[in-house]
Design a protein around this ligand. Structure first.
Ligand code: ADP
Ligand code: ADP
Length: 221
């Protein structure tokens, strides 16, 4: 099942084409990593998938979502962007408020998520008390609380120290397998791409997918 299909996507800023006839499909349950150097259009592609940016030409189609223009999408950026005046529990619950069916998340649902994300002890803490890795896990929890059809991550671990980055890569891989999420992660880190991706698409600055690989079966680092 194709979850989302980007066809002949074009996007320029001023006279500079960033996406130049890009085609890409993401299958349900797939973990796709888009890798490429800085400025190759990874963030632009991610924002297009999130519906935060319009294409100049081409289209984004959700063939499996007949009744919705765009299904629920969770987004995680390089910075966790937690609301500093809210507790960790309130921040995660915020994700639930924006679910497609607009239902409120029960407190027990949020507590289950916090447990799963290793944040139960910190539920009543403010974000300022969290380490970088904990804050980014809270940001992923908030995105997952949306019950997204697609989870988008833009350089989610680039701001973390190497040990924390490796721990969160392992943790994300586990989480994605358990929850059977469909994921697109963009990164400039080739090691990260090879480690996480079921499939890897290379943006090389040409504005199109220059190459694709199928990832090797996950192995322990
Ligand atoms: P990447 O995520 O691969 O670093 P981006 O998608 O962020 O690439 O950016 C691709 C190119 O588009 C860069 O040259 C960047 O400066 C430019 N760009 C991105 N967003 C904007 C914007 N909102 N306005 C103008 N130029 C932009
Ligand atoms: P990333 O770290 O994900 O590559 P960028 O540095 O490409 O992020 O972009 C960060 C933000 O700045 C984005 O919202 C992007 O739209 C904006 N941006 C990037 N390049 C430009 C630019 N040349 N002019 C205006 N806005 C830009």
């Amino acid at each position: 099942t194709v979850e989302v299909r980007v066809s002949a996507a074009r996007k320029s800023y001023g006279n500079t084409p960033v996406l130049d006839g890009l085609d890409l499909e993401v299958g349900r349950g797939e973990f796709l990593v888009v890798v490429g150097p800085s400025g190759s259009g990874k963030s632009t592609l991610l924002r297009v998938l999130a519906g935060l940016e319009h294409l100049d030409a081409g289209e984004v189609a959700w063939p499996a979502s007949e009744n919705e223009d765009r299904p629920a999408i969770g987004v995680v950026f390089q910075q966790p962007l937690l609301m500093p005046w809210l507790t960790v529990r309130e921040n995660v619950a915020l994700g639930g408020r924006y679910r497609a069916n607009h239902g409120r998340f029960a407190r027990s649902d949020v507590d289950d998520l916090l447990e799963r994300f290793g944040l139960a002890e910190l539920a009543d803490a403010r974000p300022a008390r969290l380490s970088g890795g904990q804050a980014q896990r809270a940001a992923v929890a908030r995105a997952v609380a949306v019950r997204p059809r697609l989870l988008l991550l833009d350089e989610p671990f680039s701001a973390l120290d190497p040990a924390t980055r490796h721990a969160l890569q392992d943790w994300l891989r586990e989480l994605v397998a358990q929850l059977e999420l469909t994921v697109v992660l963009v990164t400039h880190d080739v090691d990260e791409a090879l480690y996480l991706g079921h499939r890897i698409a290379l943006l090389d600055g040409s504005g199109t997918v220059a190459a694709e690989w199928t990832g090797t079966p996950p192995q322990d680092r």
